[in-house]
Design a protein around this ligand. Sequence first.
Ligand code: KG4
Ligand code: ZN
Length: 351
Amino acid sequence: MKKIMGIETSCDETAVAIVTEEKELLVNLILSQQEHIAFGGVVPEVAARAHLNHIDVMIVEALKKARLIFSELDAIAVTAGPGLIGGVLVGVMTAKAIAAVHDLPLIAVNHLEGHALTVRLTEDVPFPYLLLLVSGGHCQLLIAEGVGKYKRLGTTLDDAVGEAFDKTARLLGLGYPGGPAVEMMAKNCDDSDRALKKFPLPSPMVGREGCDFSFSGLKTSVKRIVDKLPEKIDPRDAADICYSFQNSVAKILNDRTGNAIRQYLSLHPEQKSPSLVVAGGVAANKMLRNSLESLSAEYNISFIAPPLSLCTDNAAMIAWAGMERFLLGMTDPPSFPATPRWPLESLVGQG
Ligand code: KG4
Ligand code: ZN
């Protein structure tokens, strides 16, 4: 049975995992760097240094936990981009060194493809599926047609949705990362009507044709509201703002995804089991998952989301994307570069 180690260092999670071709997750180590909390956001230099300090130890620990030695692995998969170049380089150089010493094939994984294929590690989801990729750096609707084969239907014209969560959290002094903090605060709102009336927020792009997104207007509106409040914000107001913000995000995601579902269904009438897959860090948000699930039910298509722990950055998704590629004979030469910008549609795929 084939086994692949995955390495992820593209942002602020240092992660190492090993998966089998039978979809067994033998080990899944994630170290979320705490160094950035004081800055309210990821500092690239600090992140790269922290990856460098931890990656070797974590690789040894992963092998120990899985009771394996390097020579029992079939390949090494590593995030080669997109991401913060210093961190990506740490992972790529480490993977190349292991591959050279132990004579293992290398697989350069696109981080976004890692998110896109995660559901196929935990469930049997057939291509083509509609993919809503929502993370700290991306907000896109794509049709996943095969490994390495993605057709983009829409993307954000300005900020990513995770960025809007993080910015809102920062404005309200809720800390970093913002997504989980905003979600938790929104749950504290005890009167949704009051929240929406007191702090009305726009839902840019809703009702327009196409599948593009825009979040900068929403972010600016939150700032305008917060600027008018006293420096020490009443926790009830903070909860109401988070509720109203999340409500706007849900409206935007549902409207845009509704348009994408219609396009997907008309492009792929042959797909007997159509599904909407949501991936990326923001997919960990339960309220957004629920509203997208209802939307899918309206169109009679399946809604599939990875388990919460596999939504935010991890190395299981990199190891699994590596496995999918490896099984199709798609390995990479040791000369492959670390690539800070690397759109999914530029991949050359199969399927
Ligand atoms: O995929 P990810 O871990 O890293 C990137 O590749 O960007 O996504 C991180 C983003 C952050 O912006 C974070 O605030 C957001 O995902 N996020 C959430 C939640 N958990 C993480 N946003 C909303 N609700 C959550 N529960
Ligand atoms: Zn990510």
